[in-house]
Design a protein around this ligand. Structure first.
Ligand code: GLA
Length: 393
């Protein structure tokens, strides 16, 4: 959809007062470091060129009018700035509503109502963070429209709060951080405990990152996400009886192996093992990448998938089939699921010359086992949430 298309849509839905302003927030992939964010570990995500567009204008009353091109059958969802409580009937609009609510509660003055039109080109339910994307596009839109001074990390934290307290998914900070702080051509190594981060250029020379959508939809809230988090919390509590640690991300492999018997439940022990090893893999992955050692990086991606499959048990037949098919192809450096799991997307680093073959063969294996097709995208790593209006900096 071009900018002109979006403007036309806006005009056909709302009464245009003046040319609306346009904002964008990307989706994200995570190269490695899965289910480590809420365990005080490291993640290594990057924002991508797919995302959510929002066009908006101020109103002269206190009404909020939300419309999404992705859900035309729902029509305009209306509410009052004075009543921002979660409302099931407001469906997808609860994400921007939650963001507006928490921005207001944090002392940012939203002085009038707004008309907002959203359009997302992130495949629905693909695990590429469409929900964090809509939260963050709302954040930058409020910042721009009302000339607010908001620290970006605070905006990111408010986005996470929407997810946790408003929507009810106990997710970590990775998605909002990747989207809020994304940088073209770079991934972000983030320490989720201290929020210290640094950018690492992703220069893959003869390789590209392919995103593979299993087309098995997942919703975080309906998934076992919260259960995994609770299992890790229990494991941590057990370990804290003998160790002075704040999170599983504080542990070395040796400490974990030495004390794992303290974790009374066998399943929880596996969950914790994943959290500890995955965190260390993520730190090592950055080092390998910085040394130009793509092969070792790919190896760590593969190990990450195995651990998510066997210890964390968040992959499922679709992701396992697709990742195995990717591993079987020539020119593949590494492949793994990305995001929360339970369906959604995998990523693979593939030699450029092999991409066509790769897609054909992976799709064939997947379709013959699962019974429907996969979809492939080439990931462009692009900037984080921002204003797109002409002339905006
Ligand atoms: C989802 C959550 C993130 C993170 C990943 C798993 O994307 O929103 O906070 O926990 O799953 O790594």
């Amino acid at each position: 959809m071009t900018e002109t298309n979006l403007l036309d849509e806006f005009q056909s839905i709302f009464n245009i007062v003046e040319k609306p302003r346009m904002f964008f927030a990307p989706g994200r992939i995570n190269l490695i470091g899965e289910h480590t964010d809420y365990n005080g570990g490291h993640v290594f995500p990057a924002s991508i060129s797919f995302g959510t567009y929002a066009l908006t204008q101020k109103r002269d009353d206190q009404m909020l009018n939300f419309y999404s091109i992705n859900f035309p059958h729902i029509g305009i969802i209306e509410c009052d700035l004075a009543d921002l409580a979660y409302n099931e009937a407001h469906d997808w609009a609860n994400f921007p509503k939650g963001m507006i609510k928490y921005m207001c509660e944090n002392g940012h003055k939203i002085s009038s109502g707004m008309d907002i039109l959203f359009y997302g080109d992130i495949p629905n339910g693909a695990g590429l963070s469409s929900s964090a994307s809509i939260e963050m596009v709302t954040g930058v839109l409020l910042e721009g429209l009302f000339d607010l001074k908001i620290d970006r990390v605070q905006m990111i934290q408010l986005g996470q709060k929407v997810e946790n307290d408003y929507i009810g998914v106990n997710s970590g900070i990775m998605d909002q951080f990747a989207i809020g702080k994304g940088k073209k051509g770079h991934a972000i190594l983030l320490n989720c405990q201290s929020l210290a981060y640094n950018y690492a250029p992703i220069e893959l020379a003869e390789h590209v990152i392919i995103i593979i959508n299993t087309n098995k939809q997942r919703t975080l809230a309906g998934s076992k996400y919260n259960e995994r988090r609770a299992q890790c919390d229990q494991a941590l509590e057990n370990l804290q009886t003998a160790l002075q640690i704040k999170s599983l991300g504080d542990l070395t492999k040796e400490q974990f192996e030495q004390h794992k018997q303290l974790i009374t439940d066998e399943t929880n022990q596996k969950r914790a093992r994943h959290a500890v090893y995955e965190n260390l893999r993520t730190i090592e992955a950055l080092q390998q990448l910085q040394q130009g050692n793509l092969k070792a990086f790919g190896q760590l991606m593969n190990e990450s998938h195995k651990s998510l499959q066997l210890d964390y048990e968040v992959t499922g037949i679709e992701l396992d089939t697709i990742v195995q098919a990717a591993w079987d192809q020539p020119g593949v450096v590494g492949a793994r699921m990305t995001g929360a799991g339970f369906g959604g997307c995998a990523i693979a680093i593939v030699e450029k010359d092999q991409v066509d073959n790769f897609k054909k063969n992976v799709n064939h294996s997947y379709n013959s086992k699962i019974g429907y097709e996969a979809t492939f995208y080439t990931a462009a790593i692009d900037d984080g949430a921002r204003e797109l209006t002409e002339g905006a900096v």
